[in-house]
Design a protein around this ligand. Structure first.
Ligand SMILES: [Zn+2]
Length: 119
C-alpha cells in the first residue's frame, strides 16, 4: 500500500464530504419537484414542467451513479485496495487521488480511455 494511514483518512473524509453534498442536493431536488407539482394548478405550463422534471431526473441519475461509486470506494478503502488503477494495477499517486478522490484509473489509462471515447 503506497498511501499512509493519514492520507487514507484524508481521502476518506473528502469522499464522505462529497457524499453528503450529493445526498443533500438530491433531497433538495426531490423537494423542488414536489413544490412544483403540489403548488401548480391545471393551468401550469405542462411542457415546461415535464422538461424540468426530465432534466432533474437526468441529474439525479448521474449523481446517484456517483453516489454508488463513492460507496464502492469507501468499501475499497476498508479493504485496502483503494488507489490502485482498475485497468493496469498501477498505484495512483496521492496528489491525483486528492484532486479527484473518486478516480479509479491512473493518468495513463484515463488518457487512453478518453482517446477511445473521442473516437
Ligand atoms: Zn492504469
Amino acid at each position: 500500500m503506497h498511501l499512509t494511514d493519514e492520507q487514507l483518512e484524508e481521502l476518506k473524509r473528502l469522499l464522505i464530504e462529497q457524499r453528503s453534498t450529493i445526498i443533500e442536493r438530491l433531497e433538495n431536488q426531490v423537494k423542488d419537484v414536489e413544490d412544483v407539482v403540489f403548488s401548480g394548478g391545471d393551468e401550469l405550463d405542462r411542457g415546461g414542467l415535464e422538461g424540468s422534471r426530465l432534466l432533474r431526473y437526468r441529474i439525479s441519475d448521474r449523481e446517484t451513479k456517483l453516489l454508488k461509486k463513492i460507496n464502492n470506494i469507501l468499501v475499497k478503502i476498508e479493504d485496502g485496495t483503494y488507489g490502485i488503477c482498475e485497468i493496469c494495477g498501477a498505484e495512483i499517486p496521492f496528489e491525483r487521488l486528492k484532486a479527484r478522490p473518486v478516480t479509479s484509473m491512473c493518468i495513463k489509462c484515463k488518457e487512453l480511455e478518453e482517446e477511445k471515447e473521442d473516437g
